[in-house]
Design a protein around this ligand. Sequence first.
Ligand code: CMC
Length: 391
Amino acid sequence: SGKFTYDPGFTSTASCQSAITYIDGGEGVLLHRGYPIDQLAEHSTFMEVAYLLLHGDLPKKNELDKFSKTITYHTMVHEQLVHFFRGFRRDAHPMSVMCGVVGALSAFYHDSTDITDPTQRLIASHRLIAKMPTIAAMAHKYSLGQPFLYPQNDLSYTGNFLRMTFGVPAEPYEVNPVIERAMDRIFILHADHEQNASTSTVRLAGSSGANPFACIAAGIACLWGPAHGGANEAALNMLREIGDVKNIKTYVERAKDKNDPFRLMGFGHRVYKNYDPRAKVMQQTAEEVLKELNLTDPVLDVARELEHIALNDDYFVEKKLYPNVDFYSGIILNAIGFPTEMFTALFALARTTGWVAQWNEMISDPEQKIGRPRQLYVGATQRDYVPMDER
Ligand code: CMC
């Protein structure tokens, strides 16, 4: 009963009001709390952006110091959590591990269940932002069979993450400032993106009043798919498969073929019908990192040339398909030393700030209601049960 607007994939439905992130897809503009993403990527730090997303304004120095200290305070995870890791196969995908372990945090923080208390909500948000690097690094270490490293709180948020991921107890770990800056920038570029699928999932899960750690686990599950966060892994795998500039044309033709399910990964976006501003920064960062590390990667040449060919091809021009955030990120992450399986886990780590900011905004919105989409029913009309021997 009732008439509803049918909008598969929510292409024209605003599910909420939000003051966090603004996107003008036609112009390729992305603003967080009014600040352009390229300015944040250039001048800011991930900690500062996390504060901005959560609190609405850039922090003053003492506010940022206090915020960083608070995050640092929460970086450790309960020792019992180690047993959750041990329950997984060593070859488990890090996103499956993240999904399970972050969901399991809900069992450790029963105080966070009172989501009506803004202080408890903030503590849960700080815990999530603080523990994601620890959990992501543990997922990586577990896959290698190396010991877990405890957080080291005199390092930056990102420096600490790099040490927990790439350090070993037997040797001191020197954080390379170039890599640290590049990693921090990648986190900034992934921090929030308004009502994308995973953020909408977190909001929908949270709208019932569910435990925030469980809601973030739901966001991680959604992010995993190759049409969303999983595209960074898929994009590098695709670039490697193309392998050489001379093979690009074949893949471009495949992407255009309606009978072939193949798509150019890291290309196209629901909202951007112009160059994704994050992809621009990502490309520059890729060039910088490879230069600084004195590395050459034939995959970067393939990516550049693929972009060039696609952007001059009628199919991509007409459909307004441009490189997105996932197109160049894999090249940087690979140069830093991450296996492809970790890429989407890094996206989840960074997007956690956006997820918790959006979750807080939703809970404190006086118009907030449980999310409950309707449907257009297209099934059978009422009919009587037919006994088995009469079917
Ligand atoms: N390669 C070839 N054709 C494409 C591509 C692509 N990457 N993306 C879209 N198209 C075509 C598609 O076939 C369709 O053609 P037609 O209108 O003739 O049927 C048209 O463009 C519109 O595509 P759509 O799937 O209806 O658009 P959407 O808004 O539902 O999908 C998307 C957006 C991002 C899922 C899609 O562009 C895609 O699958 N891209 C590849 C995966 C990817 O890079 N995802 C990361 C997105 S950005 C970061 C994130 O969200 O995590």
